[in-house]
Write a protein that binds this ligand. Sequence first.
Ligand SMILES: *Cc1c(COP(=O)(O)O)cnc(C)c1O
Length: 393
Amino acid sequence: MVIFRIKNYVEKDINLPWDQREGEIKMKPLHDPLYITAVFKQVGDAYPTDRGTELKYSREENPTVRKLEDKLAELEGSDNALAFNSGMSAISTLYFSLLEGGDKVVLSMEGYGTTIELAKLLRKFGVDVKLAYPSADSLIETIDEETKLVLVETMTNPTLKVIDVPEVAKRCREVGAILVVDNTFVTPLLYKPLEDGASYVVHSLTKYIAGHNDVLGGAVLWNGEFSRDLWEWRRRLGTIIQPFDAWMIERGMRTLEVRFERQSENAMAIAEFLKDHPKVREVHYPGLKDDPYYKVARRLFKKDLYGGVVAFDLGSGDNALAFLRGLKRIFPSPSLGGVESIATYPVKSAAKTLDEEIREILGITDGLIRLSVGLEPLDELIEDIDNALGVVR
Ligand SMILES: *Cc1c(COP(=O)(O)O)cnc(C)c1O
């Protein structure tokens, strides 16, 4: 008989199938077991957890999910973390917890397409939603005394504008607004918005943190007291992550740093290659010294790295589609952050829900390609890109 203890959180006798002996050998695995179970034993009071909740049903708490949450909190340097079954369920559950009819929300008009779409739908519940240009100045101008919540992405999708989060946080503090920062594109390795005054950080774990293009997940992280209210909304909405998915993400996290560093280095090299390529009109990458967001990125980011996403303009929709068709190695698809390189056509994916005039203001042109750089050998990636650019006019 062996006793596993996970942070005094689960203390349970587990019988290994072949182990008939009592207390003879102390088996200890390197990695914790994966708790694929919907229910936990309950007679009278349920098993209490260290954060005042109960362990009885995996829609509420599960040790494998909790393990992921502890690791996420450690990575972000936050006091609390809750994991969800996607980035969108993290954001929507947070809205349920924080917002009510009559509240005013300010969002950057450039962002993850579904995030913008969801925010606009909050109007259906009487929430006043204002979209601002993704710059600290424009956001600050839109945020007023009435503002309840502000959501920004550290680096916008798809044109990679880096937001001066500390400036926005200062304004939010002045008016008492809650600042939510979606930190998916830069990861806690480069930037920790909670240190600069954000109230909550959200992540799509699907991207860099899981990192393998094979699992979905999301997280909300914050400092201070545990929010029983957010936990209750996760329980009511059923938006908790499944244990197997949590385990896969926790496994992926073990290599986050080396993956992200290599992807960022490869992305930098590709951005430089594209910048000098005659078929490429414009490159958006905050690591390029002449990029308008280089300075703010340099100031905010902890390392001289700028993430694994590069965006570039090929002049027309026909050119963009010809380029995608011409790729042999890089996979044309939405999403980002995995070990396999992926090329995305934002006009038909991430930015599909944006009005045409807004796309124009933001520079999301018909010829724009967003490339998420993976871990393939750099020379093979550049060769693939160069070949595909051969068909571009
Ligand atoms: C992908 C993404 C989301 C949504 O996450 P899902 O896991 O796909 O639900 C939110 N924000 C950003 C910046 C993203 O890239």
